[in-house]
Design a protein around this ligand. Structure first.
Ligand SMILES: C[S@@+](CC[C@H](N)C(=O)[O-])C[C@H]1O[C@@H](n2cnc3c(N)ncnc32)[C@H](O)[C@@H]1O
Length: 386
């Protein structure tokens, strides 16, 4: 059994090596990634880093999310390759799209969370995974006691959501779990997410981030790319990218350090470290009113009667008035959270010095340190994998 496994691994390595040498265009990169996830990986344990095994949140997951995850078919969960828990509050009735849905684990959990009046579309480019995920639609429909299935899986590219049948301005929430780091054109993905969101909608996603800009030579290594290490954004670059597209500043929700098990990959990464981070970005109205506001949470979001943990630096306590900056005021005013807050806009516009951004609170490495995501918590039992 072991001999067959290692023969299989060497064949895949040869195949990936051939792709590595030819990985010069976006199409080549996508073909390599399809082989990596469609053919090579049978379960999350086959990954060479702790990405799929460690996700720490600032606050415990609500029971609705843990229950939804528990109800997902084990065969689907076995092929989960995400690096976080992109489960925002208040999904009921929402239309959501999951970019790079893989085996469909998150889609089926979202299916439960959006309820029968909501809808989930999973988009993935790898045929094997789309076919595998579709096999469990009926199982989950029955499990959740829905008259009709509320999940659709589409084979397509997240850089071309229109071609995948996703209409502009049609989605309440765009979700993704460890996929954008596999795409050579992150700008195109974020732009597409922006286009398909309704005004006030949000992109809520977990991904891998690098502690510095990843050098070009690492981007040509097929295994580093397949593991997300070649394509990870330097975390600070996400902020400029989001602003240039028109999104709000990304809000950091949770983070974990990522441990690289494979010594060869560790050596190739040198002094670059990796973290998984979950961020939320909002599509604000074209001309948001930029003045501070005093906001009071009403305690009306399901699962959050006492306080709403919006991100790692905003926790809104029920009936406690707090002052927020102009951007946060615009987010609360234009998003699905509007009915859950009393919002009193200030007369005075925010001064430039007040809105000067300080971004260290958006650093996933600092948050991971703060949350105590240690190597011990994230390491696998089988330390060394080749
Ligand atoms: C690391 S896996 C994560 C899968 C899933 N989100 C999960 O959590 O299990 C990455 C997935 O993204 C898909 N993918 C990568 N690049 C893509 C692209 N450009 N368009 C659509 N899917 C893509 C791959 O086929 C693979 O299923």
């Amino acid at each position: 059994m072991k001999a067959r496994e290692s023969e299989y691994n060497s064949q895949i390595k040869l195949c990936l090596k051939a792709h590595l040498d030819a990985m010069t265009s976006a199409d080549d990169v996508r073909e390599t990634v399809k082989k990596y996830y469609g053919g090579r990986l049978e379960s999350s344990c086959d990954l060479q880093t702790s990405a799929a095994s460690c996700s720490l949140s600032c606050s415990p997951l609500p029971s609705s999310v843990t229950d939804a995850l528990r109800l997902v078919h084990p065969e689907v969960t076995k092929r989960f390759f995400g690096c976080g828990l992109p489960f925002p509050a208040k999904l009921e009735g929402c239309r959501v799209v999951d970019l790079g849905s893989g085996s469909g684990r998150d889609c089926y959990a979202f299916s439960k969370l959006v309820g029968p009046s909501g809808h989930v579309t999973g988009v993935d480019m790898t045929e094997e995974l789309v076919t595998a995920s579709r096999q469990y639609i009926e199982y989950h429909q029955k499990k959740f006691d829905y008259k009709e299935p509320n999940v659709t899986f589409v084979q397509g590219y997240m850089e071309k959501l229109g071609e995948a049948g996703i209409q502009s301005d049609s989605m309440d929430v765009v979700l993704s779990n460890c996929v954008i780091c596999l795409c050579p054109d992150e700008r195109a993905v974020l732009q597409q997410a922006y286009n398909v969101l309704k005004e006030g909608g949000e992109l809520y996603f977990s991904d891998m981030y690098a502690s510095k800009v990843v050098p070009q030579h690492m981007k040509h290594d097929a295994v580093l790319w397949g593991e997300g290490m070649g394509g990870s954004l330097f975390w600070q670059d996400l902020i400029a990218l989001a602003h240039s597209i028109g999104f709000s500043t990304p809000h950091l929700v949770s983070a974990s350090h990522i441990v690289i098990y494979n010594n060869e990959l560790k050596a190739k990464a040198g002094d670059i470290s990796y973290a998984s981070g979950t961020y939320r970005l909002f599509k604000l109205p074209k001309r948001p009113v930029v003045s501070k506001a005093t906001v009071t949470y009403k305690g009306t979001v399901g699962d959050f009667p006492d306080q709403l943990d919006f991100d790692s630096s905003h926790c809104f306590k029920k009936d406690v008035a707090v002052e927020v900056n102009g951007e946060m005021a615009a987010i609360l005013q234009s998003s699905r959270f509007f009915p859950d807050f009393e919002i009193e806009m200030s007369d005075k516009p925010e001064s430039n010095s007040e809105s000067t951004p300080q971004y260290c609170h958006l650093n996933p490495f600092l948050l991971a340190d703060r949350l105590g995501s240690s190597v011990k918590q994230c390491s696998k039992t089988s330390k060394e994998k080749v």
